[in-house]
Design a protein around this ligand. Structure first.
Ligand code: FMN
Ligand code: SF4
Length: 482
């Protein structure tokens, strides 16, 4: 992962922990209205893909245990990981693209209700993403994948050469020479692997996205409702299809790109279609980026507008992440896929202990504050959820009391200690296993390996047949809190 050049070591500082009485009176542990329901407290475990599904995208026992363990900590809400809305092979990513997934998803709902005593609300994040290929071996790229065009012939002054001669010649060229012959997209396909973009409207599958996505998202949301979830989070964040529609880099000329009104059009149409399908009582919101954190990406000016638009359309909540884009990702090895959390914007999404002066804790709070202010100024009172390096009670309480956000999301801190919420509520905050923000978990995620936390995955491996990774070296869930 990319790291800021300053490389200052930051140590997590959870600050003072409250007594049970103080926790009881805190804003963090007060209920809050979300849509037509109530969260019992203002805490939230945001979506985290743990790579525990299988090639069919089904809910496995390991997926169920992952969510049961978070529910034992009894946060206000848990959001189930990014789950694919299409019924297409997607590796071990959870899927909701067909009715056959409903029964498995019901088991997550049951486990969370059971483990939290019905206290924790359960949402699922639903995602669409575009096709991409791994970085090719240059020999294969030039011999097979590259479509030889007139532009190549002209650039090489090789009008009369056969296609094979051109391919062989390109293979011998140095990088600087290639940049004078290949287009920017061809160079990208060679160096990073081909990746579809929402602006590739010459491709039918991309051109038709505005026609097909409202139906795909609403079918998926209906399945979530049938499985018993309390609501759905539309994934409009990071490097995926809907965030790409929102992006200022989206120059589509069909009314779905260009100015910010047009870029918000499909996300709003998707929301409307889903709402019509699931009704007003089902909680429906989205996660989007407070800032893209890339050159020529969305800034607060765009995202404050999106926040207002989503609120005025009737969304029940707004959850804010930041960064995590393909555009500045590091070059993958040959045979690997580019990963959107490896560049500076990826760092903004999951900031690490080795940081700049600003540090990794709460980098998304001020941008969230700005978006929340815009939503409030426009007359809407929906909760705004913020994530990013939040691990202490005082830190969380300050964000809430100063009105910078309404609900506190903790991803890595919940992974490090799923009992954070229960411990703090009981006045036993000192027992919290505080996240070190090393991103060991993120390294596993990047390799699509089963995600665990380094603070507990080698502990008590021999006790009670604890479920482990296939190599037997890591336990799959955090030890019980006694
Ligand atoms: C292992 C892992 C998987 C993640 N998967 C998702 C995901 O599926 N969807 C999403 O919106 N964010 C995902 N994130 C980002 C987190 O939800 C969160 O925004 C980010 O980690 C910053 O919050 P934190 O500092 O509390 O960890 C993931 C993060 C981690 C560490
Ligand atoms: S591995 Fe554990 S301690 Fe390290 S960042 Fe992830 S959750 Fe935090």
């Amino acid at each position: 992962m990319w790291k800021p050049t300053e490389r200052i070591k930051h140590h997590p500082n959870p600050g003072r922990w409250p007594s049970a009485e103080e926790a009881d009176e805190s804003l963090l542990f007060q209920p809050i209205k979300i849509g037509k329901t109530i969260l019992e407290e203002r805490s939230w475990v945001p979506a985290m893909v743990p790579w525990r599904s299988n090639e069919e995208g089904l809910v496995t026992d390991e997926v169920i245990e992952w969510y049961r363990r978070f529910a034992e900590g009894r946060p206000g809400a848990i959001v189930v990981e990014a789950t694919g809305i299409r019924d297409i092979p997607s590796g071990p990513l959870l899927r909701i693209g067909h009715d056959r997934y409903i029964d498995g998803l019901k088991k997550i709902v049951d486990a969370v209700r059971d483990a939290s005593g019905g206290k924790t609300k359960l949402f699922i994040q639903i995602i669409d993403f575009l096709a991409m290929n791994r970085r090719p071996d240059p020999i294969k790229y030039f011999k097979r994948h590259l479509k030889v065009t007139e532009n190549h012939r002209v650039a090489l002054k090789a009008e009369s050469w056969s296609e094979d001669e051109i391919r062989d010649h390109l293979l011998l060229l140095a990088d600087e020479e290639l940049s004078g012959v290949l287009s920017i997209r061809e160079l990208e396909s060679l160096n990073l692997g081909h990746r579809d973009r929402v602006t590739d409207t010459e491709l039918q599958r991309i051109n038709e996205l505005p026609e097909i996505l409202p139906q795909l998202f609403s079918d998926a949301a209906k399945r979530a409702k049938d499985a018993g979830f309390d609501g759905v989070e539309l994934h409009y964040a990071h490097a995926y299809t809907m965030a790409s529609f929102l992006s200022v880099r989206n120059t589509r000329a069909d009314g779905y790109g260009g100015n910010k009104e047009n870029r918000a059009r499909l996300p709003l149409e998707v929301y409307k279609a889903v709402r019509e399908r699931v009704g007003d009582n089902f909680i429906l919101g989205c996660r989007f980026l407070s800032e893209d954190c890339i050159e020529n990406g969305n800034t607060l000016e765009d995202t404050c507008y999106f926040g207002e638009q989503f609120a005025s359309a009737g969304m029940d909540f707004i959850s804010l992440s930041r960064g995590g884009k393909f555009e500045d990702a590091l070059q993958p090895k040959v045979g690997a896929a580019v990963y959107p959390y490896t560049g500076p914007s990826g760092y903004e999404c999951m900031p690490q202990f080795m940081s700049d002066k600003k540090g990794p804790y709460g980098r998304n709070v001020e941008p969230a504050n700005e978006i929340r202010k815009s939503i409030r100024n426009a007359g809407y009172d929906i909760p705004v959820i913020v994530a990013g390096g939040i691990h202490g009670y005082e830190q969380a309480e300050e964000i809430l009391t100063s009105g910078k956000a309404d609900i506190i999301a903790m991803a890595r801190q919940s992974l490090a200690d799923p009992d954070w919420f229960r411990k703090v509520r009981k006045g036993r905050g000192k027992e919290v296993r505080v996240c070190k923000y090393t991103n060991y978990c993120e390294g596993l995620d990047q390799k699509h390996k089963v995600v665990t936390c380094q603070l507990w995955d080698r502990s008590d491996l021999d006790i009670d047949n604890v479920p482990k990774t296939l190599d037997g070296k890591r336990r799959l869930t955090a030890p019980k809190w006694k």
